[in-house]
Ligand binder design. Structure first.
Ligand code: ATP
Length: 247
């Protein structure tokens, strides 16, 4: 569903944020993209969504090389960026209808799709309230509904639970799982909460300094790092791979 081939990004100041990264997200995966701060995760996502031009390498979404195909790709992907603004005066329903029209959905279809999604994300009762009255958790759920409004094949979620309380985190995790199971949407997610990734992802990549360190199923990765038959937690695997040269 999503492939990068030897993807690299050198910023204008000469900094190499992503180095020859080749990853493979399969259809139906909930794929966790992990790495310490500054590992290059957001840069990679920006390249996947066309906000940043790769220095070299390529990105394929469902077999289509995204280079120069932004309009086509936008229809295939739903993105929840790390920080996203809202038109705070709009109601939740108006917000979804606004994005539906940006994706070219006919009005009749947009209304029913928005209502269905508002119900799914638990905002049916608040659909006519302005977004400025929403809690952070409600805004994130609305953000996820927005990413699904045009029924994309792939959802890209950059730290969707950042700043949420434990219940808010649970709600989002459950929502992601349900959307993946019910609609088979492929999910690409970043998070610093390793327990969360462990619970919702089937496959992961671990990156550091712009480089891919490991990719595989969570089960295989843990098994590969087991010692004396003890299966480590994902956090233990992550720290082993990434924390070695901290001064
Ligand atoms: N426009 C830019 N110009 C130069 N360097 C940049 C630019 N944007 C990001 N970087 C650098 O690239 C590196 C990777 O940043 P990026 O935001 O992709 O990391 P990240 O893995 O998403 O980090 P975090 O977990 O903190 O969100 C960082 O060292 C950052 O300072």
């Amino acid at each position: 569903m999503l492939r990068t081939e030897l993807l690299s990004k050198r910023y204008e100041n000469g900094f190499m944020a992503v180095r020859q990264m080749s990853i493979h997200v399969r259809k139906g995966d909930v794929y966790g993209f992990l790495g310490p701060n500054g590992a290059g995760k957001t840069t990679t996502i920006r390249m996947m969504t066309g906000l940043v031009e790769p220095t070299s390498g390529s990105i394929w979404v469902d077999g289509v090389n995204i280079s120069g195909r932004q309009t086509e790709i936008r229809q295939m992907i739903g993105v929840l960026p790390e920080s996203h603004g809202f038109y705070r005066w709009m109601t939740g329903r108006e917000y979804l209808l606004f994005f539906a029209s940006m994706y070219g959905l006919p009005r009749s279809l947009a209304g029913s799709r928005a209502d269905e999604l508002l119900e799914r994300v638990g905002l049916k009762d608040k659909r006519h309230s302005p977004v400025k009255q929403y809690s952070r958790g409600m805004k994130q759920r609305l953000g996820i509904a927005k990413t699904m409004i045009h029924q994309p094949k792939l959802m890209i979620l950059d730290e969707p639970t950042l700043g949420l309380d434990p219940q808010g985190q649970r709600d989002i995790q459950q929502l992601i799982r349900e959307l993946n199971e019910d609609t088979n949407v492929t999910v690409f997610i970043t998070s610093h909460l390793l327990k969360e990734i462990d619970e919702i992802c089937n496959r992961i990549a671990i990156v550091k300094n712009g480089m891919l360190l490991e990719e595989g199923t969570v089960t295989d990765l843990k098994a590969n790092y087991s010692r004396d038959g003890e299966i480590p937690s994902l956090e233990e695997v992550f720290l082993k791979l990434t924390a070695s040269d901290r001064g």
